[in-house]
Design a binder for this molecule. Structure first.
Ligand code: SF4
Length: 323
């Protein structure tokens, strides 16, 4: 699986994907990459790209990705993926790519920036998967169409050139979509409705205080409706044992929203304290972080070179002349 190099991750990434990545290490040989090439489809992402790559890797390691058990590397450090994407692109009809829902969304949202890389995004994603002959890919519901497309590309390649890649299967993550502080949209940096994992306790509390609550609770004495309030939803992850009490207090106006948010911020800070400590320790040794990523890239490259050579051979490209 790849995680975009967007820099410091937020609690939506953590609950929705990262904890799952960590858990999968118990049952699978996992390969995780910080996908920096993918992030080039939107050019403003390249500002601070190098720092963002390292920040993303730091978050993954602090969350519990274990470089002894899993391979963690930076996508562009194994450039074989770009060559394989080119080869797969030759057998992928354009109509398969333009029907992908996320592509249509991007075209709608940024009609001025519909580039070749954007339409080819799922082909690069497919190359990322099949370069390692991965059989299982952890995905959220929204990524299912991309994985289905990867399977179609694999089937077509195998039919045209002989059995080469396994069809990757989806392992659906069970984590629910985490709404942002606006209580309406998915938590994301671009909407500025997020709480960074690596934020200080004070920053965390400041951010939580901006969360939108039940709009009908216009006064401290008016009972609230926890079921429509995202602060209440977030208590489920960070204050599970106190949640029934929060429900009762909210519906009887026993506590106000400020108290409720303070409680949530305390819960988040308590839950993330070990993560933040590990992150700080790792960040103080940048050379060690780079060594982990270099080792990961070296291990990934061994598999990648072998797969790419096989794909080139199956297609019928001449091997490099050795003379
Ligand atoms: Fe939401 Fe808590 Fe306010 Fe109730 S008391 S509306 S659950 S923030």
């Amino acid at each position: 699986s790849g995680i975009r190099s967007t820099g410091k991750q937020h609690i939506g990434n953590y609950l929705g994907a990262m904890l799952n990545y960590v858990a999968l290490q118990d049952d699978y040989d996992c390969i995780y990459s910080v996908v920096d090439v993918h992030s080039l489809t939107t050019l403003e992402d390249t500002v601070g790209l190098r720092d963002n790559v390292l920040a993303t890797a730091l978050d993954l390691l602090a969350a519990g990705i274990d470089p002894e058990r899993s391979i963690l590397y930076v996508q562009s450090h194994v450039p074989e993926v770009v060559e394989l994407a080119t080869l797969l692109g030759m057998i992928t009809p354009l109509s398969w790519l333009t029907r992908v829902p996320t592509f249509k969304d991007k075209v709608r949202m940024h009609p001025e920036n519909v580039n070749y890389g954007l339409v080819g995004y799922p082909v690069l994603q497919t190359a990322d998967i099949v370069l390692y002959k991965a059989d299982t890919v952890p995905v959220g519901e929204d990524q299912l169409p991309h994985l289905e497309l990867a399977r179609e590309i694999v089937r077509r390649f195998n039919r045209l050139f002989g059995e080469t890649f396994p069809e990757p299967h989806a392992k659906l993550t069970e984590a629910p979509m985490i709404l942002g502080l606006d209580g309406v949209n998915k938590m994301s940096k671009s909407r500025d409705n997020h709480i960074e994992l690596a934020a200080t306790p004070e920053e965390t509390e400041r951010r939580v205080m901006t969360a939108v609550t039940d709009p009908q609770r216009t006064h401290r004495n008016v009972p609230g409706r926890p079921e429509v309030c995202n602060v209440y939803s977030l208590h489920a992850f960070f204050n599970a044992e106190k949640r029934p009490w929060v429900y009762e207090q909210c519906t009887t106006a026993g506590i106000g929203c400020v108290d409720c948010k303070k409680l949530l911020a305390e819960g988040i800070n308590r839950a993330l304290a070990p993560f933040r400590q590990r992150r700080e320790e790792l960040a103080s040794r940048p050379e060690q972080l780079k060594k982990i990523l270099a080792d990961g890239a070296a291990r990934a490259a061994v598999i990648a070179r072998e797969t790419l050579a096989e794909a080139r051979d199956k297609i019928g490209l001449p091997a490099p002349y050795d003379c």
